[in-house]
Design a protein around this ligand. Structure first.
Ligand code: RTP
Ligand code: MG
Length: 156
C-alpha cells in the first residue's frame, strides 16, 4: 500500500564542520522531529574523502570551496530512521543557501545554524539510491569495540 511504502526509511544526515558546536541543539531537533538515530559517528574527512563524497558536484564552481570546507573540521554522521526520512529530513534542513533559508524557512536547521551558501550546517541524502551509497561511505566498518575510523583520519 502506497502510504506505507516509506515506513522505516533510512537516510544519511551530516552535521557539517560549521555547525559542530551546535550538535546538541541539532540532535535535539532530530529527536523532536520524530527521527530515530540508528548509527552515529564523528570524524574528520580528508580533502580526498570530501571529493569522493561530493563527486556528483565535481566541476561545479563551488566544488573546491565545498570540499575544503567539508574537510576543515569534524563532521557528525547519523543514520536516521523515520517514515519518509529522506524527504522529511531535507524539509527540516531548509533551502541549500542559508540566507534564503532565513527568509523562507526561518525555523529550518540551515536558517538557525548555517553560515552562508556553502557553509550550511547540515546535509541530507536526496534519494534512496544516494542514501544507500552515503550510508555505506560513513558506516561501512561495523566492527564492534574498536574505532571504525575513516581512511587517513586525523582525530586518532
Ligand atoms: P547537501 O547535498 O549538502 O545536503 O545540500 P543540497 O542537496 O541542499 O545542495 P547541493 O546542490 O547538493 O549542494 C551540495 C552542497 O554544496 C554547497 N554549495 N555551495 N556556493 C554555492 O553556490 C553552493 N552551492 C552548493 C553546499 O554546502 C551544499 O549543501
Ligand atoms: Mg545534495
Amino acid at each position: 500500500r502506497k502510504h506505507l511504502q516509506n515506513l522505516q526509511e533510512t537516510t544519511l544526515a551530516l552535521i557539517k564542520p560549521d555547525a559542530i558546536q551546535q550538535m546538541g541543539q541539532i540532535i535535539n531537533s532530530v529527536h523532536c522531529n520524530g527521527f530515530v538515530i540508528k548509527q552515529l559517528r564523528m570524524c574528520q574527512l580528508t580533502t580526498q574523502d570530501a571529493q569522493t563524497f561530493y563527486k556528483a558536484h565535481s566541476g561545479k564552481p563551488f566544488y573546491g570551496a565545498l570540499t575544503t570546507f567539508m574537510s576543515s573540521g569534524p563532521c557528525v554522521a547519523m543514520e536516521l530512521v523515520a517514515e519518509d526520512a529522506i524527504k522529511r529530513w531535507r524539509l527540516l534542513l531548509g533551502p541549500t543557501c542559508t540566507e534564503k533559508a532565513k527568509v523562507i524557512a526561518p525555523s529550518s536547521l540551515r536558517a538557525q545554524f548555517g553560515t552562508d551558501g556553502t557553509k550550511n550546517a547540515c546535509h541530507g541524502s536526496d534519494s534512496t539510491e544516494t542514501a544507500k551509497l552515503e550510508l555505506a561511505f560513513f558506516f561501512v566498518d561495523r566492527t564492534l569495540g574498536s574505532c571504525a575510523r575513516m581512511r587517513n583520519c586525523t582525530l586518532c
